[in-house]
Design a binder for this molecule. Structure first.
Ligand SMILES: Nc1ncnc2c1ncn2[C@@H]1O[C@H](COP(=O)(O)OP(=O)(O)OP(=O)(O)O)[C@@H](O)[C@H]1O
Ligand SMILES: [Mg+2]
Length: 283
């Protein structure tokens, strides 16, 4: 592409993107981001949407492992120019396209501005092909994590009901707000044993976020603790395929439906509809 064609395309993407970009972050590691991203993608695809999962944990690839995809060309080879974009998109894994990350390349955890721009170009080129592009970010609040958040339409913070995880989720919100001015964040509570307690946890986080950060936290949903998920990780098959009727998948389906605005399977794909739908979640 010539420089001029590229900058026109980039501008068009910035002003009129078709896909909805969803980032999944947590602050604390190991709380369930990758499983959430992968299973959400599968469920959105089952709801008739075209979905791409981008493994934004660039140097510690996990999406390919959870989906049992063999990766010959990953993001590192794309970054070094060894392969083109078509070679890194793994098509149709349980209905979902994947761009896998690389494992064990420390340079990918610390991208320069130019390198990040090269990554963003991937979305400029692929935007029209997808309804949803999901970024599974790494743990922590590194520049890599924050940058993906900054280009998302829906910034999801996923946490578990433990003080350390809640503190890290708060730290994440603080950084994305003060660094990129993000004002709306979607809250997901994972590994829930006590459903009655979810509302209290959300309300206190929402109040703190509003008071100290000026961030509006919206409740996207909760996901129950579920042994089926551990089984699915071991067998490298997404829970939504391996055990679609288990509590985790049922909870996630509610989230997927509210994102698409199809609570009862009706085809109403208006963006933003889910804001009103989640009001019923605690009923
Ligand atoms: N709802 C759940 N019920 C039971 N186990 C869960 C649940 N959610 C996550 N887990 C467990 O937590 C593990 C870590 O999940 P996952 O890899 O998705 O976390 P992560 O946040 O992506 O981690 P990282 O920060 O390292 O990228 C899973 O392998 C699974 O065993
Ligand atoms: Mg992960």
């Amino acid at each position: 592409m010539t420089d001029q064609a590229h900058s026109l395309r980039r501008k068009a993407w910035e002003q009129n993107r078709k896909a909805t970009y969803i980032s999944v972050s947590s602050g604390k590691g190991g709380v369930g981001k990758t499983n959430f991203a992968v299973n959400l993608a599968c469920l959105l695809s089952q709801l008739g949407k075209k979905v791409l999962v981008f493994d934004a944990d660039l140097g510690l690839a996990n999406v390919d492992i959870l989906m049992n995809i063999s990766v010959s060309a990953s993001i590192r080879k794309y970054m070094t120019g060894e392969v083109g974009l078509n070679e890194i998109v793994k098509k149709d894994n349980y209905g979902v396209d994947i761009i896998p990350a690389s494992s064990g390349f420390v340079e990918l955890s610390n991208l320069s501005d130019e390198e990040h721009e090269k990554l963003v170009d991937i979305f400029v080129l692929l935007d029209g092909q997808y309804d949803y592009i999901i970024f599974d970010t790494g743990a922590g609040i590194s520049e890599n994590v924050i940058r993906f958040t900054s280009i998302a339409d829906l910034v999801v913070v996923l946490t578990v009901p433990e003080p350390t995880a809640i503190t890290d989720a708060y730290a994440f919100m603080k950084v994305v707000h003060f660094q990129y001015g993000i004002e709306n964040i979607q809250f997901v509570l994972n590994r829930v044993d006590d459903v009655q307690g979810v509302k209290g946890i959300f309300e206190s986080m929402k109040n703190v976020a509003r008071k100290f950060l000026n961030v509006e936290l919206t409740f996207l949903g909760y996901l129950r603790e579920d042994k089926a998920l551990i089984k699915s990780v071991k067998s490298q098959k997404p829970a939504c395929i391996l055990s679609p009727n288990t509590p985790y998948v049922k909870d996630l389906l509610k989230i997927a439906r509210s994102i698409t605005g199809q609570p009862n399977g009706a085809d109403d794909s208006k963006k933003g509809n889910f804001y009103s739908l989640i009001k019923g979640v605690f009923k």
